[in-house]
Design a protein around this ligand. Structure first.
Ligand code: C2O
Length: 400
């Protein structure tokens, strides 16, 4: 549920409830329970670590937790299906602004809402995972795509349906490839470079790694000066509406399922650069009309052939467990920007006091209201990132 959208200086009415009769995917469960205000966690208990460096025990914990989350009934707001639906609802037109305003779709992307909303969202996801395995120190592993060792899909997300972290709706040609953090701007016909560096690929590999590091440098340092450049424009600015309209139109056209490289004037570099490239790079392009196992569909967890593209399309991205570790690294980028790189958020009360409500607690769901000012520091939320993550950032001096 969304509390309100602030437009200019006016607070508009509450958003219209999630609904979209033409979609088969459910809206997040709506429970009529009282809302409580978020209380900061008293201590830092959870340390997020790179997904490719987890020890065996931690890998098993992560798999077990997501497996248990998948097993919860969809009516539980902290089930995996409901969590994916929450993301979908917030970016695929299920919530509307004031219906008199051309019935515009509300979206947590393309504006200054992006960073804090996603921080909140994965915070509750992380807590639910910990609760499911009875370990309140469990922290969401992050996909460390800004370091050479993490520039490919981490092994724990691969393989087969027996693995709860696996998702079939990915681009199989990228399964063992080196990621391209500027994928949206790269020519389409260049074959991917293998993630494992060999003498034969060394030159191309080294060049691609350098290019990735420069992209992060550009995102975090050179292009990310000040909150508007880094976090994005104010919600409801004309620029953010324009982008959303373009996005809606391309969604309706359904011509391919890629997130289009929009002229996204309203996105900050945090959202527009590596974040978007990773989505599109992981997602699986799907055929235009229908599909069968013959034209490359895969068997889904539901036992039906599927030609979906989870990560590459914002509406379905939350159905891939990789999404949450991807966003843990996006969150870490923001954390590094605010701690190590001296970046400061907006001081506009409209941003600081903007709030959202999330479900918490797998067993006895409650609704928690969080303001952006509550989430400016990770420690308020009881987590941090491993120390290595703060030291020697490989892109720190990667000036293009
Ligand atoms: Cu809500 Cu990476 O998107």
């Amino acid at each position: 549920p969304v509390e309100s959208c602030r437009r200019g200086d006016k607070v508009t009415d509450k958003l219209v409830e999630c609904s979209d009769p033409n979609r088969s995917f459910p809206c997040p469960p709506q429970m009529r329970i009282p809302i409580v205000d978020f209380v900061p966690e008293g201590a830092v208990k959870r340390v997020r670590r790179p997904a490719h460096l987890l020890d065996r025990e931690y890998q098993e914990k992560y798999k077990e937790a997501v497996g248990k989350m998948r097993a919860l009934p969809e009516s539980n707001p902290l089930s995996f299906a409901a969590q994916a639906a929450v993301h979908e609802a917030y970016c695929d037109g299920h919530y509307r602004y004031d219906p008199t305003e051309k019935n515009r779709a509300f979206d947590v992307h393309f504006s200054w809402i992006f960073a804090p909303w996603h921080r909140m969202y994965i915070y509750f996801y992380e807590r639910a995972l910990g609760q499911l395995i009875g370990d309140d120190t469990f922290a969401l592993p992050y996909w460390n795509w800004d370091a050479p060792g993490g520039m490919g899909i981490p092994a724990i997300f691969k393989d087969s349906f027996a693995n709860p972290l696996y998702d079939p709706y990915r681009d199989q040609t990228h399964r063992d490839a080196l990621i391209d953090l500027d994928y949206i701007h790269s020519p389409e016909d260049v074959p991917p470079i293998p993630f494992v560096r060999t003498p034969a690929t060394a030159a191309a590999y080294d060049e691609a790694v350098q290019k990735n590091l420069c992209t992060i440098y550009q995102q975090q340092i050179r292009g990310g000066k000040g909150p508007r450049a880094y976090l994005g424009e104010k919600l409801c600015s004309e620029a953010s509406f324009r982008v959303k309209e373009i996005n809606e139109r391309s969604r309706r056209r359904q011509d391919g399922q890629k997130i289009k490289p929009n002229p996204s004037a309203s996105q900050g570099t945090l959202e527009r650069m590596a974040h978007t490239a990773v989505h599109v790079w992981v997602g699986r392009p799907s055929p235009k009309d229908g599909c069968t196992l013959n034209d490359g569909a895969v068997m889904g967890h539901d036992g039906k052939p599927h030609c979906g593209n989870d990560m590459g399309f914002l509406g379905s991205a939350g159905r891939d467990p990789l999404f949450y570790s991807h966003h843990a690294n996006v969150d870490r980028m923001w954390h590094l920007w605010s701690t190590k790189l001296g970046g400061a958020g907006f001081d506009d009360p409209e941003w600081l006091d903007a709030s959202f409500v999330f479900y918490d607690d797998v067993e006895k769901p409650r609704l928690v209201r969080m303001k952006f000012r509550d989430v400016l520091e990770a420690k308020n939320l009881g987590y941090t990132y491993d120390e290595e993550s703060e030291k020697a950032l490989p892109w720190f001096n990667s000036k293009p």
